[in-house]
Design a protein around this ligand. Structure first.
Ligand SMILES: C[S@@+](CC[C@H](N)C(=O)[O-])C[C@H]1O[C@@H](n2cnc3c(N)ncnc32)[C@H](O)[C@@H]1O
Length: 335
């Protein structure tokens, strides 16, 4: 169905209330995949014992955590409280990680407030036994527009490891063709060109990722109602580089279920959770929809489209508050 969006669910209490009856989760519930691959829990990443309630002691090869950043969305915590909260979910993540594993964390830096919480978070991480490996920047194709400052187009991704995890180098190559042909280096007295010394025709992502499009409504993977969806392409890169087939990937801030979907398509298992039953439901629906149709999202429709059509209260609410109308179904032409 086309042109059937859903507004941000997280900051509209009334809309959440209307959607809750359609959610199969309540706090503490864990969905177990009948195909034996994944699990989705409605759990608090900082308060619940994920190892007991979600993973059942099975260890993950890679964790990809994308918490609320303490600005933009969610209630803002005092930075000290935010870091104490982070410490709790990092501890839980650590317990779930295998001896040889990778740990990725997406985190922002508020440039109008001393770049918090990024710097504080990095310092807090010194207290754990992880090795720091890389500080990746992903370029957002669209930033928050500003006329008075450098436009903000970056997302920060911290990469830590434990032990000696796999790092599959193939995942580091982008689909950007290598166009530089310049003489770069002399080897055994011979000037060699860039492409002669390289393993691939494509450039490597390195730790600045410029080839990833931020999700927007025209993309098939778009999940309307979510406000912080990560593109599958960046999650694929992390999972491919840091795990092998059938390994477990952990994500305790599921939201749109991007990590789960990426794990499904790449033949990995995923244990994921979110505190909010609505985002747990969206995560599950995204997987079910993918398994049924092969589609990674709803493009410009939404995960609750069928219920909204049937539910007058929901329909009226969306129409009155957001001007969203149920699109008229196109009937096949009668010849
Ligand atoms: C930034 S979003 C994650 C986006 C996700 N990576 C994606 O691509 O869709 C953060 C999510 O964390 C969830 N959340 C917030 N506090 C939480 C907590 N204490 N435990 C678990 N989830 C929490 C929110 O409901 C939200 O869905």
């Amino acid at each position: 169905m086309k042109n059937f969006p859903l507004p941000r669910i997280d900051n509209d209490e009334k809309l959440r209330e209307l959607l809750i009856p359609y959610c199969r989760f309540k706090r503490g519930d864990v969905w177990i995949d009948p195909l034996g691959r994944h699990k989705i829990g409605c759990l608090d990443a900082a308060e619940d014992n994920l190892s007991e309630k979600l993973t059942g002691g099975e260890k993950s090869s890679v964790a990809i955590q994308d918490p609320p950043y303490n600005f933009v969305a969610f209630e803002e915590k005092d930075p000290v409280n935010f870091i104490n909260w982070c410490r709790r979910w990092v501890e839980t993540t650590n317990i779930c990680l295998a001896e040889n594993s990778s740990f990725y964390i997406w985190l922002g830096a508020d440039q109008n407030n001393h770049f918090q919480p990024l710097a504080d978070f990095i310092i807090m991480m010194r207290d754990f036994g992880f090795d720091s490996r890389s500080f990746i920047t992903m370029r957002n194709q669209r930033g928050y527009g500003t006329q008075k400052n450098w436009m903000s187009v970056r997302q920060e991704l911290l990469y830590y490891t434990k032990g000696q995890p796999v790092f599959n180098i193939e995942a580091e190559y982008t689909d950007i063709p290598k166009i530089l042909n310049g003489y770069y280096k002399t080897i055994n007295g011979q000037k060699t060109k860039n492409f002669e010394r390289s393993k691939s025709e494509f450039i490597r992502a390195g730790n600045v990722w410029v080839d990833i499009q931020q999700v927007f409504y025209r993309m098939e993977e778009n999940v309307n109602g979510c406000y912080a969806q990560k593109p599958l392409k960046c999650i694929d890169r992390i999972i491919l580089s840091g795990s092998n087939k059938d390994d477990i990937v952990l994500d305790s801030f599921a939201h749109s279920g991007a990590t789960l979907l990426s794990a499904e398509t790449l033949g990995r298992r995923c244990f994921t959770s979110d505190l909010d039953p609505v985002f747990c439901e969206i995560t599950l629906r995204r997987l079910e929809n993918y398994r049924a149709t092969g589609k990674p999202g709803w493009q410009n429709s939404n995960p609750f489209e069928e219920e909204i059509i049937q539910d007058k209260k929901l329909k009226d609410y969306l129409s009155a508050n957001y001007g969203i109308e149920v699109p008229v179904k196109e009937e096949p032409a009668v010849l």
